[in-house]
Design a protein around this ligand. Structure first.
Ligand SMILES: Cc1cc2nc3c(=O)[nH]c(=O)nc-3n(C[C@H](O)[C@H](O)[C@H](O)COP(=O)(O)OP(=O)(O)OC[C@H]3O[C@@H](n4cnc5c(N)ncnc54)[C@H](O)[C@@H]3O)c2cc1C
Length: 416
């Protein structure tokens, strides 16, 4: 089949890989000049398990608080009615425990297995690490994490509660003065550089110049203005000529809702912004070896090659991309609490503000759109990197008329 993909973030690139592997003729349309320039640019790098990641799903992690010194989400001004509606739905899902947690967690596990297979087959070195510590500052943190741990156990994820001493054997850089009330060790957790993975995969699958019939065509600097449903298939508008395809897979991240609105489909997706700071290693023995998550602060600290990345924060609204200094200070403080002296914070920093494309139940939409020929792989929220390879394989299977190997129950468009 002749298939178009809209968006070359981590989701679009992995989808292109799987569809090309199935023998389809694939073209990826991307408004930017390279892959992974938007939400996939500088993620915390966390792969499965997904549930203990910051902002994974409603009902897991700290309560949604919008006001005061302990606010977990900042209202960045310019809140729309749609944002208010989204907040109410997220809160309702948290109270009702209605997020499809086990399905998403199993999808993350499947995705990690698929990612490892792809990386090993093509020898992709994407600064991967194994193992994660979830750091608990208080007994209250531990109690709050219990529902997450229960879902992980039910899904067969390996985990154990360890002492501070054992934690320091696993992560020798952990400060002896760190405020530790408990530690959960996730030995099979993964992490890695999402942008680097997307870049390496793109180079592996891109068609050679002038070759039309093998490999994936990337149309960079090409913005898709509209998706058109026509009696003869799906068409894309954005270039001088409207192009027709047998199928289109929408992977446009936070821009997906606007493209779908043009077709009369309403999706309650918002952009919840967060930050990451990538800093050069200062003293390797004081830095993390792999990834850690501060459960109370909802901050991840990840080793990526010769750098340390600290990520967290949640902002709703505010189209202006001004950096919020107190949130950045919280990231620095959290790093300093756990790994003082591990990273060089005086120069060579990369500070990034990126958007999580979040639906009110935290889970993505993967599958058909109800419009013949239009497929959706969108709304991955805080887990686009962790879920990308699995969702990509599942969509490719669905397009081929095969039952995916992993359950997508509750992740369809019809739930909205
Ligand atoms: C601070 C922070 C930390 C995070 N940490 C993690 C983590 O540790 N693990 C994890 O799994 N996830 C993490 N996430 C979430 C993750 O970043 C996203 O879920 C993921 O990147 C979404 O990927 P995507 O491909 O759907 O979107 P994007 O990467 O945004 O890709 C969409 C692409 O579509 C293109 N596009 C949009 N509209 C059009 C159009 N009209 N025409 C052509 N092209 C178009 C865009 O330019 C973009 O390149 C984090 C997010 C933030 C903000």
């Amino acid at each position: 089949m002749k298939i178009a993909i809209v968006g070359a973030g981590i989701v679009g690139v992995t989808t292109a890989y799987e569809l090309a592997s199935d023998g389809h003729e694939v073209t990826v349309f991307e408004q930017r000049s390279a892959v992974a320039e938007e939400a996939s640019f500088a993620t915390a790098g966390l792969l499965a398990p997904h549930l203990p990641s910051p902002w994974a799903l409603p009902g897991f992690g700290p309560r949604l608080r919008l006001m005061g010194a302990h606010a977990t989400m900042r209202l960045a001004g310019g809140i729309s009615r749609a944002n208010v509606g989204w907040l109410l739905r997220w809160r309702r899902a948290a109270r009702a425990g209605s997020a499809p947690a086990a399905t998403v967690e199993r999808l993350a596990q499947y995705s990690q297995a698929r990612l490892k297979a792809i990386a090993s087959q093509h020898e992709l070195d994407f600064e991967a690490t194994d193992g994660r510590l979830v750091l608990l500052r208080t007994e209250e943190d531990r109690a709050r994490l219990e529902p997450t741990l229960q879902v992980l156990r039910d899904c067969g994820v390996g985990l154990r509660e360890i002492s501070a001493e054992v934690a320091r054997q696993i992560e020798p850089g952990l400060s002896p003065e760190a405020p530790l009330a408990g530690v959960i060790h996730l030995p099979d957790a993964g992490a890695g550089n999402s942008r680097l993975f997307a870049q390496l995969l793109r180079h592996g699958i891109q068609a050679a110049p002038g070759q039309q019939d093998s490999g994936v065509q990337f149309a960079f600097n090409t913005r898709v203005e509209r998706i058109l449903a026509t009696p003869t298939g799906v068409a894309l508008q954005g270039e001088p000529d409207v192009r027709r395809f047998d199928a289109v897979v929408l992977c446009a991240g936070t821009a997906s809702a606007a493209l779908l609105a043009g077709l009369g489909l309403r999706l309650p997706m918002v952009a919840v912004h967060g930050y990451s700071v990538s800093a050069p290693l200062r003293e390797a023995t004081h830095a993390p070896r792999a990834s850690v998550v501060d459960a109370a602060q909802q901050v991840a600290i990840t080793r990526l090659g010769q750098r340390v990345r600290i990520a967290g924060g949640a902002e709703l609204g505010g189209a202006v991309a001004e950096h919020h200094a107190p949130t950045l200070q919280r990231l620095y403080r959290t790093l300093n609490d756990w790994f003082p002296g591990g990273a060089q914070l005086s120069s060579g920093l990369q500070i990034w503000r990126g958007a999580r494309p979040l639906l009110p139940d935290g889970a993505p939409v993967v599958g058909d759109s109800g419009i013949p020929g239009l497929w959706l792989n969108i709304g991955h929220g805080a887990g686009g990197w962790a879920l990308a390879c699995g969702c990509a394989r599942a969509v490719a299977d669905q397009i081929a008329g095969r039952e995916p190997e992993v359950s997508l129950d509750g992740l369809g468009w019809s739930r909205f």
